[in-house]
Design a protein around this ligand. Sequence first.
Ligand code: 5AD
Ligand code: SF4
Length: 469
Amino acid sequence: MTPPRKLHIKSYGCQMNVYDAQRMVDTLAPEGFVETASADDADLVVLNTCHIREKASEKVYSELGRLRVAKEEAARDGRKMSVVVAGCVAQAEGNEIIRRAPVVDVVVGPQSYHHLPQLLARAKAEGRALETEFPVDDKFGFLPPPSRQAIRARGISSFVTVQEGCDKFCTFCVVPYTRGTEVSRPVAKIIDDVQRLADNGVREITLIGQNVNAYHGDGPDGRPWPLGKLLYRLAEIPGIVRLRYSTSHPRDVEDTLISAHRDLDALMPFVHLPVQSGSDRILAAMNRKHTAADYRRVIDRFRAARQDIAFSSDFIVGFPTETEEDFAATLALVAQIGYAGAYSFKYSPRPGTPAADMQETVSTADMDERLVRLQELIDSQQSAFNRAAIGKTVDVLFERAARNPGQIVGRTAYLQPAHVVAPADIIGQVLPVSVESLERYSLLGSLANAGLSRTPAHANDLSQPIMGA
Ligand code: 5AD
Ligand code: SF4
């Protein structure tokens, strides 16, 4: 029997990439690959890249520089290390990567991961670097059968891809080019996945997609189902106690999604709803197809349905032609909505997008200054939101042992990490926690009625949502 080969996958960017990395592990397992924590002793290194902003893309090339050294060292030891570039940079830059970085053996875009074993075999046989040249047949072809996914279910919380790609074409965004047009998976397949995950101990499902609320998968009745209807159905699956979805677009919030928030206890009252800017002029230049007032109305519809709902968002500062007045409109919108958290970014022109042809008008210094002001406002809102939990009893889904011995960590409805000292058998349960204090982003407390005080453990930020919407 041949010894297992070691596979190291490094993922950048959003949760869709984390999910895809797992798919690649599953696809390569039958080839004898097992995961290893370090690139240095790996037989196969996969960089699962992100192209959303310039900084994210640049990381690939610096990592490839390091891998060149590791590959040479491996060769000196008589080992062959193969290097694969996957993800959105692979999709966007293709052959250019092989030209710039000869260390690369295979370049493969997100729609072709199911061809990875054949690509590796061909690259080896032909002794040359390969870019995917298979036709994109089935966008979700790379998904292994649900049974395999179920067996590999790890932990309490799991992502399930329901939709991929985006048809919105915001002028700054690469997603419609790297992830392609919008495609939704059929309802039956999603139910099957969630059912099997639940049978394997998963208690929380996050439905993911670049524009997840544009979901319109075929239902068992032969008609397309909107996301809200899918959520009602998934909430019926025994064992599933929490449902989430990410990332949403304000234009695609239809009424069943709002009523699902009103009716379903399992649907968490925390929605990532990017707005990007508070200025109507900039929103139009971004081709967002909504105004700030439209966005506020969408927020109001959610709030009317579920009083304790909270929001996070994405913002871009320094989009071409953004004036101080436009930026002030963004600050005003943030002040008015009140977020539990948000991500903000400096505009970076992405090759091939319409905005990349626009004249950049905001200086780096102004962009930096606007980013700091926006982040200060968001941070103050996030801190206030977290502090508001102190003294309250909140439901926590416990996920795993924390770093501090004896502590178990879980998350609140708003994804705040919460630590308690408790026996490990609470993992997988939703239990009320009396929140006593806050350490950075982490809530510390005790199981309600258990009456014990706790010490802090490692603090965590909100995890990065899906790039998109
Ligand atoms: N420049 C800066 N930020 C961007 N984003 C997407 N494209 C760009 C870009 N060209 C941000 C948006 C999006 C998030 C995932 O990344 O805010 O919602
Ligand atoms: Fe689509 Fe979101 Fe990108 Fe706009 S920002 S094109 S909605 S993925």
